[in-house]
Design a protein around this ligand. Structure first.
Ligand code: PMP
Ligand code: GLU
Length: 398
């Protein structure tokens, strides 16, 4: 439609959300679909957090809040970053937003001028490249290899940086690959970035607490040389099963945070007051309420990996964090089950939705058309049934 801006005409809808909506519509029409699309914990929000929200309603938290979030919430983020990450951010350098997604978006709008390049190691979360484009920037996808644990190598980073490079987006633990960067690996990338002082790092750490490595979470914000240029993004969605509440936060250099707050003041004013009170309770509880969920994700990872490894022709790297597997299923491309041949990840996801009634997200949405993303944030029995059905449908492809 000509009247729409070039900005939205060039925008791809979110691949994760699109498949999730399709699965939802099929389920509502009575089809027994197992939805392994969207990455969100299937647990209820912890009781204490729900109580805090109910109290907030009764206490009359019905007005606009400060644009950057309630002061006590910003203080709680500041304490969380000190306690769990050894980072020192005064509350003034913290902003609460409607989700980590809005934080990434604000950071990009604050940093990127038209034509600036933003390096996005690939496979990457669906929204990064689109948000860069919305900021009139140019996403530069930098492929990483399964054989290297899907991690960006310093030499690859060095060769991708050019005159227009403005930022690098790092996501660890990574959605969709499950890659987790060690401190040493981040230090090696930091050495490259030290030679390019214009380049910022947007560090998406929303899966911090879903990490199977047993090592302390490493943040670029803790590495001298790049700490000042790092925008740390995190939130309560994944750690506390609060995706629908929509609270995330960012922390960074004072001028950058001020710019993000100014943007937010014009765009959304503030994140929901009630959800902010709930997020405050969540953050103040530290990790006390999340052990059960972490143990369940760990168990499900074993379960899903066992089932996926048994699928012939499917190559799956064991995720080190987050709650997805990202198997390479390209061995099935060119095969068919009586109809036209499956030619790529979209058609394979489509086939599995129709034949196995299991909804997954095509790897093409993440920049790798050989793979499918399967979320294991689902009940064990559902996972077992889903992988069983996928196996049967794959076996019909010849
Ligand atoms: N970053 C990544 C890598 C994600 O997977 C998600 C999932 N929603 C987000 C950011 C956004 O999280 P939020 O719900 O806080 O907006
Ligand atoms: N981050 C989750 C996912 O990748 C939620 C959906 C989204 O925001 O993209 O599935």
């Amino acid at each position: 439609m000509e009247q729409l801006s070039a900005r939205v005409r060039g925008l791809s809808p979110s691949g994760t959300i699109a498949m999730n909506q399709r699965a939802r519509a099929l389920r509502e029409s009575g089809v027994d679909v197992i939805d392994l699309t969207v990455g969100e914990p299937d647990f209820p929000t912890p009781q204490a957090v729900r109580e805090a929200a109910k109290a907030a309603i009764d206490e009359g938290h019905n007005r606009y809040t400060p644009v950057a979030g309630y002061n006590d919430l910003r203080e709680a983020v500041s304490r969380k970053l000190a306690r769990e990450n050894g980072l020192s951010y005064p509350a003034a350098r913290v902003m609460a937003s409607a989700g980590a997604k809005q934080c990434v978006s604000n950071a990009l709008l604050a940093l990127v001028d038209p034509g600036d390049e933003v390096i996005v190691p690939s496979p990457h979360w669906v929204s990064y490249t689109e948000l860069v484009k919305l900021a009139d920037g140019r996403p530069v996808s930098l492929p990483t290899l399964a054989s290297e644990g899907y991690k960006l190598r310093p030499e690859a980073l060095e060769s991708a940086i050019g005159e227009r490079t403005k930022a690098l987006i790092l996501c660890s633990p990574c959605n969709p690959t499950g890659a987790v960067y060690s401190r040493a690996e981040l230090e090696a990338l930091a050495l490259v970035l030290e030679r390019h002082p214009r380049v910022w790092v947007i560090s998406d750490e929303v899966y911090e607490h879903i990490d199977y490595t047993g090592l302390p979470h490493a943040s670029p914000a803790s590495i001298a040389g790049i700490a000042e240029r790092t925008v740390l993004v995190n939130g309560v969605s994944k750690a506390y099963a609060m995706t629908g509440w929509r609270i995330g936060y960012l922390a960074g250099a004072a001028p950058l945070v001020k710019a993000c707050i100014d943007l937010q003041g014009q765009m959304t004013t503030n994140a929901s007051s009630i959800a902010q009170r709930a997020a405050l309770a969540a953050l103040e509880s530290g990790t006390a309420l999340i052990g059960g969920m972490q143990a369940a994700f760990r168990r499900r990872r074993e379960l899903v990996m066992g089932l996926a490894r048994a699928l012939p022709g499917v190559e799956t790297l064991e995720p080190q964090g987050a709650f997805y597997i990202f198997p390479d299923m390209s061995a099935y491309f060119g095969k068919s089950a009586g109809r036209s041949a499956v030619r790529g990840s979209s058609e394979l996801a489509e086939y599995l939705l129709e034949d196995a009634r299991v909804a997954t997200v095509p790897g093409s949405a993440f920049g790798d058309d050989r793979c499918l993303r399967i979320s294991f944030a689902s009940a064990d029995e559902r996972l077992q049934a889903a992988l069983g059905r996928i196996g049967e449908s794959l076996a019909r492809l010849r």
